[in-house]
Design a binder for this molecule. Sequence first.
Ligand code: SAM
Length: 329
Amino acid sequence: MLLHDKFGRAITDLRISITDRCNYKCVYCRTGNEGALYGDLPFADYLRMALVLVGLGIRKVRITGGEPLLRGSVVDFVRDLAKLRNVDGDPLELALTTNGHLLADLAQPLKNAGLTRVTVSMDAVDPDRFARITRVTNGYDNVLAGIRAARRAGLWPLKVNCVLMRGFNEDQIIPFGMFAREEGVIVRFIEFMPLEEDRVWSPETVVTLDEILARMREYRPLVEIPHARSETARRYRFDDGIGEIGIIAPVSHPFCGHCSRIRITSDGKIRTCLFSVWDHDLHAQMRHGASDDELAEFICGVVQKKEERHHIGEPDFVPASRTMVHIGG
Ligand code: SAM
């Protein structure tokens, strides 16, 4: 039995949030006041969930948060996940999303434990701007050291994700193009979605794919790289072959029709969409003594309820029941 939803989409990607605590308070994500809202679970519980889901066809697991590196024993969790095999008997693709603040010391241990790739979130390549966005001083140097350590460790390809927000950092587009070329990383711009704690989103705050491309082309010509339909990012190389950028445009160019994801929150709830208005308590099933087969049955039923698409910007849009930091981005 493999996971498919009622729209025929195969569910092959799992994101597990292992904490909703974060050491950054990015202006477009957090209020700056609230801390963790939900609990987290022992790693053995996430591992059991992953085991059942892998048996249902999951091929890629991304560990996220909150800030996942705040839980130091994430390295052991990666080691355990690396022992799992997908339905074809192959190892999982194991990725982690981090703000990079604690990555410098953990990159090599994570690689040794079996992590395939890492994505570092970074919203400015200027230390002062970076501090204003994250509301943390001296973070920039740590993150840069983390990116370089990840490269040295062979956590490759290394992606750096940047959320652009009008009025804050849209002037960072060209500097990020230069950064991609100089540091040998793939920089991906992500359109700002209404998933923030502070409810500051409006359509005008979104810096769209078309704008990003136009701006970057003022710096250097770009050549589009053909991409698989299921890929969320549109990919571009600079004309001289040095440096790659990507744009993930869930607002202006939604890709819900190809969505292959489900998420588990730090407190063990399944979310079938970032914009879900409810979640499904997988951990409660475990607490009540469900067998692995019963968990699988529960998960299949939940996946049938996966939303067809999000409704960002439409009159009937209803805000998600959790914000990004408490879902796991
Ligand atoms: N702490 C980790 C990190 O910084 O990557 C993982 C969690 S963070 C919530 C995951 C990603 O979500 C980050 O790249 C962050 O920039 C992005 N993000 C947060 N709020 C967002 C929003 N409203 N729209 C788009 N992306 C958002």
